[in-house]
Ligand binder design. Structure first.
Ligand code: ACO
Length: 401
């Protein structure tokens, strides 16, 4: 019997790294994370500064082009994105093919993938101009696609884009507005949501971004690649965690129940984990969670609402951060821990949380995809495996089995 593990070890030809915990799959100049220090930089700029002073359109430009835009460049970019917000009318028929109770992420996977059936020029990925147009189309259409998934799920008519509004204001109107009726965008809510989009814009080689890169490495068209990214993001260990975190907080309910759930999270025989806690890279406080926590208070104040789950979340964080298990394993709140509370206060149902994440992450996905395709040394992604099945054996005819 050939001992494959030994053979691989002797030849030294492969590294065996399940979950890619210590493998860099590419070079990238977009995003830097120092997980031990809790640092996140986009093109060198700290996420805290971008969240405080920048806008999602500006961060999108930065990720795509490498530098912050001048005023004229930003105006041009915003205008270009605005021009692409509409969906082809035939896609409305496509929406109607879904069941009303379909998860918005299921609809988004389908609709984004279907865009390649409408924009044939975008399938030519060898031309940088077409790649840029595809990127703009995707960034521009995601709010429309997400809002329409929501409208369809609640049985309301679609609201078409109003391009006099900002990227985020337009999304709020398409989600919560009514066709042909004026919609007043609350500036604090608009700013808070725009900040949430900034916080989700990119995060180096996470599972969904790696999926987009792997799909794109074969030369697949950008819409198919982003649809693959959306599918990956949906999982509860990734983007689905914001939905799962709020559901968990609802299940915990009041702070007196927290110790019971903390014990469950520590019990290795119980599959329960604290959702919105822990991260593959951050072994310190996720800098995005700090901004999220601050934004909760701003939104509550602006909308004159409160949510007892916020108190539960704060208490849960306090208890966990003082618990030896969480200290030893370096488990801190991540971006998903507080985002659900804000989105819920704004009025989004939990099923839309991951859809909003996908909307914002689209810019990171397309920037990473472009970076990969532009690399002249780019190769198809093709990991190897450590084979654990039977060694070679002869076929046995059916009558002898
Ligand atoms: N609650 C309790 N224990 C946890 C948690 C948690 N949330 N997260 C990790 N642990 C424990 C694990 O049980 C494991 O313990 P062990 O060493 O005794 O086996 C140890 O910490 C390391 O955990 P891994 O799962 O090996 O770490 P990994 O890097 O693979 O996973 C992940 C990271 C998936 C984020 C994990 O922390 C998790 O499941 N968190 C909850 C889901 C979540 O919030 N996901 C969002 C991530 S951020 C994002 O995608 C935007």
């Amino acid at each position: 019997v050939i001992d494959i593990r030994k053979l691989y070890a002797q030849t030294g030809a492969f590294t065996f790294d399940p979950g890619f915990t210590s493998t860099a799959s590419c070079e990238s100049a977009l995003t830097y994370i120092d997980g031990d220090e809790g640092v996140l930089l986009h093109r060198g700029y700290p996420i805290g500064q971008l969240a405080e002073h920048s806008s999602f359109m500006e961060v999108s430009y930065l990720l795509l082009n490498g530098e912050l835009p001048s005023k004229d460049e930003l105006d041009d970019f915003s205008y270009t994105i605005t021009r692409h917000t509409m969906l082809h009318e035939q896609l409305m028929t496509f929406y109607r093919g879904f069941r009303r109770d379909a998860h918005p992420m299921a609809i988004m996977c389908g609709v984004v993938g279907a865009l390649s059936a409408f924009y044939h020029d975008s399938t030519d990925i060898s031309d940088p101009t077409h790649r840029t147009i595809s990127s703009h189309r995707l960034i521009a259409k995601m709010p429309t696609i997400a809002a329409m998934a929501y409208k369809y799920s609640v049985g309301q008519p679609f609201v078409y884009p109003d391009n006099s509004l900002s990227y985020t204001g337009n999304f709020l109107r398409m989600t919560f507005g009514v066709p042909a009726e004026p919609y007043i965008v609350n500036p604090v809510v608009e700013r808070a949501l725009d900040r949430i989009f900034i916080l989700h814009a990119d995060h180096e080689q996470n599972a969904s971004t790696s999926t987009v890169r792997l799909a794109g490495s074969s030369g697949a068209n950008p819409f198919a690649c982003i649809a693959a990214g959306i599918a990956c993001l949906w999982g509860p260990a990734h983007g689905g965690a914001n939905e799962a975190a709020l559901n968990m907080l609802k299940e915990i309910g009041t702070p007196d129940k927290i110790p019971h759930y903390i014990e469950r999270a520590k019990d290795k025989n119980d599959p329960f984990r604290l959702m919105g806690f822990g991260h593959r890279v951050y072994k310190n406080y996720d800098p995005r969670a700090t901004v999220m926590q601050k934004t909760v208070r701003e939104v509550f104040e602006a909308l004159k609402v409160t949510d007892p789950l916020f108190e539960t979340a704060l208490r849960l964080e306090e208890i966990a951060l003082n618990d030896p298990y969480f200290i030893e394993k370096k488990l801190f709140p991540n971006v998903d821990f507080y985002s659900g509370i804000i989105l819920s206060a704004i009025g989004f149902p939990t099923t839309m949380f991951t859809a909003l994440f996908a909307l914002a992450r689209t810019v990171g996905w397309v920037a990473q995809w472009n970076e990969m395709i532009s690399d002249p040394g780019q190769k198809i992604g093709r990991p190897r495996q450590l084979y654990t099945g039977p060694t070679e054996r002869d076929y046995i005819s059916l009558d002898k089995r």
